[in-house]
Design a protein around this ligand. Structure first.
Ligand code: ZN
Length: 311
């Protein structure tokens, strides 16, 4: 009997320790002042988000640039990146941007019914709250990312419905001509691959899914070429390619399906090393960006779920 109560008591303890209030309590006394490293704060970041990449569709014949990049030495790549337990876009883009899992940011669907971005803001919040001015930019096809997460904090985050081609052209204009703004840290979101998946099927065997991925692969290659010229001009850029979920059939709701609950994740830099013993999750993007720029807050270090992928 005693033994049973002990088990019940320890079950109670262990279940209690995962509740969100405990995280808050543990981090409460810590300083929320944000520090930065003057030597790395001028570095640049490009995050290319592609909605609905099914990992096994990254093939030489469909997306030659992404396939070749996955084989490169100086690139962190996994095709088993771990998706949130709810495999919709809302929870996953929220985790990518905040560095915490959905149990904390509380986005559990695509309507953003009860988010907790006050306690767990996006990584852009930390960049916008230091003395050094950083030009932050976000251009998205799927507008809820702006209306619910980014528009109040990012310098340039237009709230108008645009296509993937317009996302690409707008980014190109910013990178090449600083038009209409300069971009130091840029987030992009392409949505038409997810649209092809819902319309025809998330599969390398489906022509619409394949050709849409080929088109986006071309956009990504062009953006890499632009960044390479900037790197040759002494700008220090890191590039990420991220996705929110895979897909199977014409949906991505089944969180037990490995074609859905895993996707790809890339981080690329010409001379940084990335850790190779860790399979990334949605919470790792934000800590990696802040680490790259040398931006740190004691409180965020305590609250975040992800880790930096930089060695
Ligand atoms: Zn979708």
């Amino acid at each position: 009997m005693k033994y049973i109560s002990l088990i019940i008591f320890s079950l109670f303890l262990s279940s209690c320790c995962v509740c969100e209030d405990d995280y808050l309590l543990r981090c409460e006394g810590l300083s929320d002042s944000i520090e930065y490293n003057p030597e790395t704060i001028n570095r640049k970041v490009l995050v290319i988000g592609v909605d609905g990449i099914r990992s096994d569709a990254i093939q030489d014949s469909i997306s030659p640039f992404l396939f070749a990049l996955s084989q490169q030495e100086n690139t962190y790549f996994t095709d088993s990146h771990i998706v949130e337990g709810i495999t919709y876009s809302g929870p996953n883009w929220s985790s990518l941007l905040t560095g915490v899992h959905m149990s904390k940011h509380n986005v559990l669907e695509n309507d953003f019914l009860n988010p907790n971005f006050n306690e767990y803001p996006s990584f852009f919040y930390y960049l916008e709250n230091i003395e050094v001015p950083i030009n932050t930019v976000s251009i998205v096809n799927w507008l809820p990312i702006h209306t619910h997460i980014l528009s109040s904090i990012v310098d340039y985050a237009p709230i108008e419905s645009i296509s993937d081609l317009e996302v690409f052209n707008s980014c190109k204009e910013i990178l090449l001509n600083n038009n209409p703004v300069e971009g130091d840290v840029i987030f992009l979101h392409f949505d038409e691959l997810d649209g092809a998946g819902h319309g025809y099927g998330f599969s390398a065997d489906i022509e619409e899914y394949r050709t849409t991925l080929t088109t986006i692969d071309g956009y990504i290659e062009d953006l890499f070429n632009i960044i390479d010229v900037k790197r040759a001009n002494q700008e220090d850029w890191i590039i990420f390619i991220v996705s929110d979920h895979g897909g199977d059939g014409t949906g991505h709701g089944d969180a037990d399906n490995p074609h859905i609950n895993q996707t790809v994740f890339y981080a690329q830099h010409p001379n940084l090393n990335f850790i190779d013993y860790h399979t990334s999750s949605m919470a790792d993007l934000a800590p990696t960006i802040l680490d790259f720029l040398g931006v740190r807050s004691e409180k965020y270090e305590c609250k975040k779920d992800g880790v930096s992928l930089i060695e």
